[in-house]
Write a protein that binds this ligand. Structure first.
Ligand code: ATP
Ligand code: MG
Length: 421
């Protein structure tokens, strides 16, 4: 294929062979959301650029360098959504869903970030996200964590991930802490890397997030936000820890967890794994009590998380390398012009009678051997053979493809009994 017609770097096709993992994960997520009483919301993939700038923050990695932004024909600046919270809050305000109500919402869909593509990091990737509005207490923070923990158990991933927890405090506490941190980092300015020196000026808390191992000693001795919390945030955090302990959910307090988006305050958490190399965060979230008001709504407490579907599927493939596909019940072999003429109608009749039936008809003709090969490859349990004799006698021949059972020819009317067992 000519190179310029290939898919865009970092934007993946999900082929039939892999799609089983996606379907499994998606169907578990649907059931999980039903089980906890959350409702789906579907949002546009494109929003005004301004929305993301105001939500995520001007000096964040996403807004500074990761957004797919373009002018449409009207010269409006639009952006492919890099995350789901901004659009969800925008929709909630716009449709009056947030004022004086509790909303527990979820969404699933593609997000776009202009990042350097590598394993677990793509330019189009899928997030499943949950956003809850109208609840200020730690109980909902705990429920979000508990429902994700349940998902890990259902997927067989409970031993692969650990929960990291931190509190960012309220805005006043964060601002006070920022001063301590800046003073400390200025004392060590020459030892910081270029990126951290820049962040020190623009968004000093993000220095804590640095993955540079040379900085770890300096960071280890830096003042910790968790030691500078306001009373309300400290109380909230302690209650959350208590709720998690009650539910036997293990966690680690990680004082360096600050998250890359400006809207978070109080609780932040990440589920991380060491089985995926560098891209180890599979699910991340936190509380954002000020965002609704900041975007023009009435002050509304809110908390949410998003999980990266590709990273989760990467883990799933490790714990379950062979995923059993959907099993076909029967393959209908059609020999001769008459059978071809009657075969599709017979298949429709069988599907009418047995709604759950998974039946594949031979299409595109072919000799007996070729059709049998296809039947075998299809994975079907049995082959139904309609040849000239069968058409003439209103019968059908059954050949079991996976069991040692004798081939049988039965009246067409009887075939339903064989297929329903
Ligand atoms: P990271 O530190 O890995 O860049 P982030 O803080 O930018 O993550 P969030 O914005 O919190 O990520 O997104 C939530 C989740 O979405 C991440 O934990 C991750 O699982 C997934 N994710 C984020 N960016 C990508 C990407 N480019 N490709 C695949 N998954 C991603
Ligand atoms: Mg990122």
């Amino acid at each position: 294929m000519t190179k310029n017609l290939q898919a865009i770097r970092g934007m993946n096709d999900i082929l039939p062979k892999q799609v089983g993992y996606w379907q499994k994960l998606e169907s578990l997520l649907h059931e999980l959301m039903l089980a906890y009483g959350y409702q789906e919301i579907r949002l546009p993939i494109v929003e005004k650029t301004e929305l993301f700038k105001r939500t995520i923050g001007e000096v964040t990695d996403i807004v500074e360098k990761e957004m797919y932004t373009f002018n449409d024909r009207n010269e409006d600046s639009l952006t492919l959504r890099p995350e789901g919270t901004a659009g969800c809050v925008r929709a909630g305000i716009e449709h009056g869903l947030l004022y004086n109500q509790i909303q527990k919402l979820w969404y699933l869909g593609p997000m776009f970030r202009y990042e350097r593509p590598q394993k677990g990091r793509y330019r189009q990737f899928y997030q499943f996200g949950v956003e809850v509005f109208g609840l200020a207490g730690p109980d909902i923070d705990a429920e979000l964590i508990m429902l994700t923990a349940r998902l890990w158990r259902q997927l067989g991933l409970a031993d692969s991930v650990i929960l990291q927890l931190n509190s960012l405090g309220n805005l006043t506490a964060r601002n006070q802490y920022r001063e301590h941190l800046v003073a400390y980092l200025l004392d060590h300015y020459s030892q910081l890397d270029e990126d951290s020196q820049r962040r020190l000026k623009t968004n000093p808390l993000r220095v804590l997030d640095s993955k540079n191992s040379a900085l770890q000693d300096i960071l280890a001795n830096a003042p910790k936000l968790i030691d500078h919390l306001d009373t309300e945030s400290r109380d909230h955090f302690q209650k959350l820890c208590g709720l998690l302990e009650n539910a036997k959910i293990a966690y680690q307090v990680n004082p360096y967890l600050v998250r890359g988006l400006d809207y978070y305050g109080k609780t932040v958490f990440e589920w991380v794994t060491d089985s995926l190399g560098a891209q180890g965060t599979v699910c991340a979230g936190g509380r954002y009590d000020n965002l609704v008001e900041q975007l023009g709504g009435k002050s509304t407490p809110a908390v949410g998380f998003a999980m990266g579907m590709e990273r989760l599927i990467g883990l799933l493939e490790q714990v379950e390398p062979e995923l059993p596909g959907a099993q076909l019940d029967a393959y209908l072999i059609l020999m001769g012009a008459k059978a071809e003429q009657d075969g599709l109608a017979l298949a429709e009749h069988l599907r009418d009678k047995l709604p759950g039936l998974k039946l594949q008809s031979n299409l595109g003709e072919g000799g007996f051997k070729a059709q049998f090969k296809r039947a075998d490859k299809s994975g079907a349990r049995l082959a139904l053979i309609l040849g000239e004799d069968e058409v003439a006698n209103h019968t059908i021949t059954i050949k079991w493809l996976r069991d040692e059972r004798e081939q049988q020819t039965v009246a067409q009317a009887e075939i339903i009994n064989y297929l329903s067992v």
